[in-house]
Design a binder for this molecule. Structure first.
Ligand code: ATP
Ligand code: MG
Length: 422
């Protein structure tokens, strides 16, 4: 028996409706914000992520699925969604169209991580990327898009944490202040953070090690070191969020795990699903397009983990869509009725009504039991009497009500009873 690889999951037929529900919801919310879907390849040249995501990040240092293909090219399975979208934006000259370019994606993401609840080696993200606008309004739009999804799904228990990590120029001042603060405390920090100290001290604020977390508790805050432009941007974002009634908290410890962020960063965090509480994270990344070879282009976006979202909805006891059940199960009582069952199913399906019938040679009693298990809305029974009268008996499985209906009136009957009365 060959097992599924560690850190991956099957979505089984009786559960996939949850995914459809979430995918339909996020697609519709993207639509009302004017974002169109972009699909990029599952793998890219490794170079893209080295340049885009940054070589001081956990993703690039430890988590990438990188291999050589048969043509000796270094290839990497997407460890996040944004770099590929930025590449597509540049390569297809999307910047030539009137801006902004508003895109979304639903994609598998691959990271070699230690698997645990809410942390997989293949997970899926819904992501949004708005390119071409440096306005704080775009940040607000993107954050409010994520919030609209949570509202539609009925999630109230998430807190929005935002921060600003400034731009290239003011981050230098901040990095110096942070290093001054940390220098004497280096001995108490993990080895990764010791390395980060010189290369990218900001990353230390994102460390999950308890020792490092304790040390950074009193570190200086990025918001106190912002240049005038970054400060004004941050204030406008906060003002915009307030004006549409969104609650948030400015959390100076949010810096995000990827190198490409500038100015706004944010996370939607739940306390209900354990350590892996960040369901959605994003921010502005004005330097990314340039870093991967395009003209400087302002951009803002987020990634939302679908598995974590499902865990969250389940933990809150929320309904995640409707499982499949047929409109009609057709149960012939005798041999002669089987052909009628086949023809009827065909006719119903042509009219968009879902219909199933016995293909397991079950007894009539077993067919009724099976229809019950399938949670069929109606069962159509065809026995000797029905055959003679050219009718069928149709039973509403919820109410138990049963009627005799002409075969040629069946579609209309089901449409009225099933759909117009619901
Ligand atoms: P974390 O801090 O939990 O490692 P991250 O900062 O690496 O998260 P992002 O790169 O921002 O996460 O990814 C966006 C979202 O994707 C996360 O907020 C989370 O919901 C989800 N996600 C990230 N990594 C995983 C994973 N290994 N398994 C499942 N979901 C994940
Ligand atoms: Mg991570």
């Amino acid at each position: 028996m060959i097992n599924i690889p560690k850190g991956t999951k099957d979505v089984l037929p009786f559960d996939s409706y949850k995914w459809h529900y979430i995918e339909n919801t996020v697609r519709d919310v993207a639509r009302i914000f004017g974002a169109c879907e972009v699909r990029t390849p599952t793998f890219e040249h490794t170079e893209l992520f080295l340049r885009g995501v940054g070589d001081t990040t956990d993703i690039v240092n430890k988590e990438m699925y990188t291999f050589e293909d048969k043509g000796n090219r270094s290839i990497t399975l997407k460890p996040e969604g944004t770099a590929g979208v930025a590449r597509a934006f540049i390569e297809n000259s999307l910047f030539n169209a009137p801006q902004p370019t508003k895109m979304y994606y639903i994609t598998p993401v691959f990271r070699y991580e230690r698997p645990q609840a809410g942390r997989l080696r293949e997970h899926h993200q819904f992501g949004v990327e708005f390119f071409g606008s440096s306005s704080p309004q775009a940040d607000v739009e993107v954050i409010s898009l994520a919030k609209t999804i949570f509202d539609r799904l009925g999630v109230k228990e998430l807190s929005l944490n935002i921060n600003s990590i400034g731009c290239k120029s003011c981050r230098k001042d901040y990095n110096n202040a942070l290093k001054d603060y940390l220098r004497a405390k280096l001995d108490g920090m993990c080895n990764t953070c010791k390395e980060r100290f010189e290369k990218n001290p900001l990353r230390i604020l994102d460390c999950k090690e308890e020792g490092c977390k304790a040390i950074v508790k009193n570190a200086p805050n990025t918001v106190d070191y912002l240049c005038d432009g970054c400060k004004a941007h941050h204030e406008s974002v906060c003002k915009g969020l307030t004006s549409i009634g969104m609650d948030f908290e400015v959390n100076p410890r949010i810096v995000r795990g990827l190198d490409y962020y500038t100015r706004t960063v944010f996370e939607f965090i739940s306390t209900g699903i354990g350590a892996q509480g960040t369901v959605c994270g994003g921010g502005r990344y004005n330097d990314l397009v340039e870093q991967v070879g395009g003209k400087p282009t302002a951009a803002v976006g987020f990634g939302m983990g679908i598995e974590r979202l499902i865990l969250l909805l389940e933990s809150l006891g929320l309904k995640i869509g409707e499982p499949y059940s047929p409109d009609v199960y057709i149960a012939p009582m005798c041999e002669d009725a089987k052909e009628i069952a086949l023809k009827l199913a065909n006719e119903l399906r042509k009219n968009g009504i879902s219909a199933e019938f016995d293909v397991m040679d079950r007894s009539f009693k077993a067919q009724m039991k099976y229809a019950d298990k399938l949670m069929a809305y109606f069962v159509i029974i065809i026995g000797e009497d029905e055959l003679k009268a050219d009718k069928v008996a149709i039973k509403n499985m919820k109410t138990g009500e049963q009627e005799s209906v002409d075969k040629n009136r069946l579609v209309e009957y089901i449409q009225i009873k099933r759909y117009r009365q619901e």
